[in-house]
Design a protein around this ligand. Structure first.
Ligand SMILES: O=c1ccn([C@@H]2O[C@H](COP(=O)(O)O)[C@@H](O)[C@H]2O)c(=O)[nH]1
Length: 576
C-alpha cells in the first residue's frame, strides 16, 4: 500500500459508479460498499479537521444503470437514490446514463438535484418541465463557496460532454456554445483561489480543452482542478503547471484522491491570512475500494472505523438486495468469460460465446425462423465480465443493463447486408460523415486504451513470460489489478498490483443463422439492437441501400438482457 499525500485542499472523487453501491461481491479488492465509503469520507473529514486542512467530495455522474440494485426495481432506482444521498457530496454532476431514458432524467431532476441542493451543478444541461414544456436549467450553473478550515474561495462548474443520445426531456448544450454565454464569461472573471471543473467529460477530450482555454484567457495563474468521467478509466491529466485533472475509474472499483498545496487562500474568518506555500503542487492517488485500504488510510480498524450513518447505509443496501432477490441464481457459468482480458475471438472471450452460442439462438422469432439472418450487436452493450459460478439476477444487469430490443430490416439484399459488420468495425470516417462516432459502439474503456496491453502470466500472450512486480522475496505475491500509467507516472495506484491484460474488441459482432448450405442467399433479415439503428442505417446507405427508420420493424418483445438471461436459464445448470 502507498499512503495518501495530504495537502491544504484534498478531494475524494467517485465517477461512473453505475449503481454498484453494494461494491463487488465477487471481487474482494473492490468489495467496500457505499456505507463503507460514507464511513471513510467521514473519518477522512475528521482527519482533515485535525490537520486544519479541507476535504471536498466530488461525484461526476453515471450513478445509475449497470447493477441490479438500481435496474431490477420498479421503478428503477427505488432503493438507490435514498441510499446514495446519505453521502455528503460537495460538487455533483450529471452523466449520460442519467439522460438516456426520460424517466431516469425525471428522477434526477425530482430526487438527486434536490437531495444535493446547492451542490448539484449543471453548467450545460437543461430539463424540460413535463407539465409546461418549459426549458429550465437542470440545476444551478455554478457555485462559489469558501472551504471550512482554510477559507479557500472556490468557484465550481459542473459539465457533461457534448452528448447527443439523451431523451427528449433534456437539452445538452455543446460546451463550445456554453463557454460563450454571458453567465460563464462573468463567472470566469470572478476572483477566486481555485476553479473546480467537475464533469462527465474525458480529461483529454475537446470539451475540457475548451474550458481550460476559456478560464486561462481570463486568469493566467489561478489553479484549476478538473474532475472527469465517462471513459471508465483511472486517469490524471496535466493541462498546465497549475491545472490538473483526475478521473476515478468506474463501478466503485476506485475512489480518487487529489491533494493540492500552495493555494493562496484567505484563511478562516478571523484567522490570519493563509500563508502561501513556496509553490503550488498537485498529487493524486487511486484508492482500491476495500475495507483493508480504508482502515489503512484512516489508521483505524474494524471496530473504530465504521460510523453509524455508514452502518445504516450498508444495512439498507443489504435489505434492498434481499427485497429484489438479487442473489437468485439463474444458472452456473462453467468458466470465466472475459470482455477484454481474453482476445476476441477465443474460447474465453465473452463475445465469442455470445456470437457462437447465444445470439444464434436468441435472435429468432418464430415467423422468421427459417429466413437467412445476420444478427449484429454492439460490443458496448456488454458492460462486465462473467465469472465462473452463480449467474444471478444481479449479474444480468451487471452484464447488460440496457432496455434495448432487437429490431430488423427484412429481406434486404445479402450483398449489402454482409458489408455492414465490416463497415461498423472499420469505416469510422464513413460514419462520421453522418455525425456518428463508430467508437461509441464499443465499451467505453476502449475510448482510452487504443491497443492491446499484455500482462504477465497470460496464457494468451506470446511467450507469456513477463515477470510480475515482486518487491522482496518475503513480500506476499501481488494480485492482479490496476497498474495505472498517467501524466504523472506510474505511482498513482494506492495498492501495488500485477498488470491485467487488455485486448481491444471490435465495435460490433455478428452471427449468421439459417443460411442455405450450398450457396449465398439472395436476401436476408438484418437483425440488430435498436440502440445501433442510426449506425446500421448509415452503413446500409453507404452500400447504396437507402433504408429509413420507417423500414425497421420490431423483432420480438424482450430486451436483449432478458433474452440472454433466458438462454442462461436453459443452458447452465444449477450445480455451481
Ligand atoms: O442503450 C445503450 C446505451 C449505451 N450503450 C453503450 O454504452 C456506451 C456508453 O457507456 P458509458 O458508461 O456512458 O461510458 C455507449 O457508447 C454504448 O457503447 C449501449 O450499448 N446501449
Amino acid at each position: 500500500m502507498r499512503p495518501l499525500p495530504w495537502g491544504q485542499l484534498n478531494f475524494l472523487q467517485t465517477t461512473d459508479t453505475h449503481g454498484w453501491i453494494a461494491g463487488h461481491l465477487q471481487e474482494p479488492q473492490y468489495s467496500a460498499d457505499w456505507g463503507d465509503y460514507i464511513s471513510f469520507a467521514s473519518r477522512m473529514r475528521e482527519k482533515a479537521d485535525f490537520r486544519g486542512v479541507d476535504l471536498l467530495l466530488i461525484d461526476t455522474g453515471d450513478r445509475i444503470e449497470g447493477n441490479g440494485i438500481y435496474d431490477a426495481s420498479t421503478p428503477k432506482g427505488k432503493y438507490t437514490y435514498d441510499i446514495f444521498r446519505e453521502q455528503e457530496i460537495d460538487v455533483i454532476t450529471t452523466g449520460n446514463h442519467e439522460l438516456y431514458q426520460t424517466d431516469a432524467a425525471d428522477r434526477e431532476y425530482e430526487q438527486t438535484v434536490p437531495n444535493y441542493k446547492g451542490n448539484y451543478l449543471a453548467s450545460n444541461l437543461d430539463y424540460i418541465l413535463p407539465k409546461t414544456g418549459e426549458q429550465v436549467p437542470m440545476a444551478q450553473r455554478y457555485r462559489i463557496f469558501t472551504t471550512k478550515n482554510l477559507g479557500i474561495r472556490v468557484l465550481a462548474f459542473g459539465f457533461i460532454f457534448d452528448f447527443t443520445g439523451n431523451g427528449n426531456n433534456t437539452v445538452v448544450q455543446p460546451v463550445g456554445k456554453t463557454i460563450k454565454e454571458k453567465w460563464f464569461q462573468e463567472a470566469i472573471r470572478e476572483k477566486v483561489d481555485l476553479f473546480i471543473v467537475a464533469g462527465h467529460v474525458t480529461l483529454p477530450g475537446p470539451e475540457y480543452k475548451a474550458i481550460f482555454q476559456a478560464i486561462r484567457s481570463q486568469n493566467w495563474d489561478t489553479p484549476i482542478q478538473f474532475f472527469g468521467g465517462h471513459s471508465h478509466i483511472r486517469d490524471y491529466h496535466k493541462y498546465d503547471s497549475k491545472s490538473y485533472g483526475l478521473q476515478a475509474g468506474r463501478y466503485m472499483e476506485t475512489v480518487g484522491w487529489m491533494s493540492i498545496d500552495g493555494i493562496k487562500g484567505k484563511g478562516k474568518a478571523g484567522a490570519s491570512d493563509l500563508e502561501p506555500r513556496a509553490s503550488l503542487s498537485f498529487q493524486r492517488r487511486y484508492i482500491d475500494n476495500n475495507l483493508f485500504g480504508y482502515h489503512y488510510h484512516t489508521g483505524l480498524n474494524e471496530s473504530t472505523f465504521p460510523t453509524k450513518r455508514g452502518i445504516n447505509a450498508s444495512a439498507a443496501i443489504y435489505k434492498a438486495r434481499k427485497a429484489l432477490e438479487l442473489d437468485h441464481n439463474f444458472g452456473c457459468a462453467p468458466k470465466d468469460l472475459w470482455m477484454n482480458r481474453a482476445p476476441y475471438p477465443s474460447n474465453d472471450s465473452l463475445y465469442t460465446w455470445l456470437e457462437t452460442e447465444v445470439i444464434p439462438e436468441i435472435a429468432v422469432i418464430p415467423e422468421r425462423k427459417d429466413i437467412p439472418t445476420l444478427a449484429i450487436i454492439n460490443t458496448g452493450t456488454i458492460r462486465f465480465d462473467i465469472f465462473k459460478g452463480a449467474f444471478t439476477r444481479d449479474t444480468t444487469y451487471i452484464i447488460s443493463p440496457f432496455i434495448s430490443k432487437l429490431v430488423s430490416l427484412k429481406d434486404v439484399p445479402y450483398d449489402a447486408a454482409k458489408r455492414v459488420e465490416a463497415l461498423l468495425n472499420s469505416a469510422g470516417q464513413v460514419l462520421q460523415a453522418s455525425g456518428l462516432q463508430a467508437s461509441q459502439l464499443a465499451p467505453p474503456e476502449q475510448m482510452a486504451v487504443r491497443s492491446n496491453i499484455i500482462g504477465p502470466h497470460n496464457p494468451h500472450a506470446a511467450g507469456g513470460t513477463q515477470t510480475p512486480l515482486i518487491l522482496h522475496n518475503d513480500d506476499p505475491p501481488l494480485i492482479p489489478g490496476y497498474t495505472t500509467k498517467d501524466d504523472a507516472g506510474d505511482e498513482g495506484d494506492d495498492t501495488l498490483h500485477t498488470p491485467i491484460t487488455f485486448y481491444n474488441v471490435p465495435n460490433v459482432i455478428q452471427s449468421a443463422r439459417s443460411f442455405p448450405a450450398d450457396a449465398d442467399p439472395e436476401k436476408v433479415d438484418l437483425v440488430f439492437t435498436d440502440f445501433i439503428q442510426p449506425w446500421v442505417l448509415s452503413a446500409m446507405q453507404f452500400t447504396g441501400q437507402n433504408y429509413t427508420a420507417h423500414d425497421i420493424a420490431p423483432y420480438g418483445n424482450e430486451t436483449l438482457t432478458e433474452l440472454m438471461a433466458d438462454w442462461i436459464k436453459r443452458h447452465w445448470g444449477q450445480q455451481c
